[in-house]
Design a protein around this ligand. Structure first.
Ligand code: NAD
Ligand code: GLY
Length: 354
């Protein structure tokens, strides 16, 4: 098992990465939650039948009383209505400030349960037990929690760091292939962003053949970014590589395209635009397209600039009429470029969107 520690002012937490951790989660939880009596577990309708029975008995043997809410799987559950339902459940269960929430699932469960924990009783502790590759390498670490509003993804949320993250690589065995590929899009993002050797490594060896290494490498990179900019005011924005256009595609598709697929499209579009505008060499685009193909990820969209612009400009990343684009300059090197919102159309067109 590998342990990485995130130490922020006044708070620190461990991220455990290894095998067989789910059944032994209670061992790691007890020292983190010495006064907790009750644990409220949030999971989804795909994860519950496979993994609840591995988690709950250990928690109960360790003396925790548990209650569980199983939400319908999918982005549609990341909603204010579901958030409110969780608050009510937590009250009915008598969860107090010394108790905690456990998020057992992918990024949807983690973002929703994390936001519920951030807001219930003005904030109680929560534990991330991510079960998708995407959640292990990205969403479970760093404390971004949110729900979607009709007008946009993640529009209501909070920065609320977990007290522990438990990544049991064994659970990835049951992940559907499409979800695996989505996780790989975020993994590739880290390589393109600031780690060329890791990017090359992913070309040579599929992520699924080196999970522990892949997850710990990504989490280490994310940790460094979060330590330098917890509240997303500068360096952390780089993690949005591929996300400005990606989120717009995701929304235009009515979430029929998955987050990771849209991030892959977003990375390809922005890299194409970067080449066209002279910020990076054609070889970088060739490498990006090659790795996306290798992982069977999409690299273009049929949505038009007009359709995507409406979505992209409603994004919270637009501030004072400017939007910060994360622009690849080489494999392993990207820069933050604030551009006027009006310029986004031209960037999209340079990236091959009609
Ligand atoms: P998800 O939570 O919808 O999970 C994907 C699917 O896999 C679901 O159907 C789920 O039921 C199923 N599943 C999960 N674990 C499984 C397992 N082990 N075996 C079988 N099936 C399993 O999606 P995701 O890709 O994990 O996360 C996407 C969400 O994360 C989006 O809402 C996105 O906005 C958010 N996100 C948040 C951050 C952040 O920093 N907070 C970062 C990236 C993405
Ligand atoms: N997933 C982007 C971030 O955590 O900042």
């Amino acid at each position: 098992m590998k342990t990485l520690s995130v130490t922020l002012p006044g708070r620190s937490y461990d991220i455990l990465i290894g095998s067989g951790l789910l059944a032994r989660a209670a061992e790691h939880l007890r020292p983190v939650l010495p006064r907790a009596k009750k644990l409220f577990v949030v999971t989804d309708s795909n994860v519950a039948p496979i993994y609840l029975s591995a988690l709950i008995p250990g928690l109960e043997r360790a003396g925790f009383e548990t209650a569980c809410r199983e939400i319908p799987a999918g982005e549609g559950s990341k909603s204010p209505a579901m958030l409110s339902a969780l608050w009510e459940d937590m009250m009915d269960f008598g969860l107090t400030r010394t108790d905690a929430v456990i998020a057992l699932g992918g990024g949807v469960v983690g973002d929703l349960a994390g936001f519920a924990a951030a807001t219930y009783l003005r904030g109680i502790r929560f534990i991330q037990v991510p079960t998708t590759l995407l959640a292990m390498v990205d969403s479970s670490v760093g404390g971004k929690t949110a729900v979607d509003l009709d007008g946009g993804k993640n529009q209501a949320g909070a920065f609320w760091q977990p007290s522990l993250v438990v990544c049991d690589c064994d659970v990835l065995d049951t992940l559907p292939e499409r979800e695996y590929r989505c996780g790989c899009a975020e993994v590739i993002k880290y390589g393109l962003l600031n780690n060329a050797p890791f990017f090359n490594d992913l070309m040579e060896t599929p992520a699924k053949e080196q999970y522990e290494h892949v997850i710990s490498t990504c989490v280490e990179m994310k940790k460094q970014v979060v330590l330098s900019d917890e509240f997303d005011r500068g360096e952390r924005q780089k993690l949005n590589l591929g996300h400005t256009i990606g989120h717009a595609v995701e929304q235009c598709s009515g979430f029929t395209l998955l987050h990771g697929e849209c991030v892959a499209i977003g990375m390809a579009v922005i890299t194409r635009a970067a080449v066209k505008k002279g910020f990076c060499a054609k070889e970088t685009l060739d490498a990006a397209e090659k790795i996306l193909k290798l992982y069977d990820l999409p690299d273009q969209t049929a949505y038009s600039t007009d359709e995507l612009l409406n979505m992209a400009l409603a994004d919270k990343k637009v501030a004072n009429g400017k939007i910060s684009l994360i622009v690849p300059e080489a494999v392993g090197k990207c820069s933050i470029r604030p551009v006027p919102a009006e310029a986004l159309r031209e960037w999209m067109q340079a990236g091959g969107i009609v």
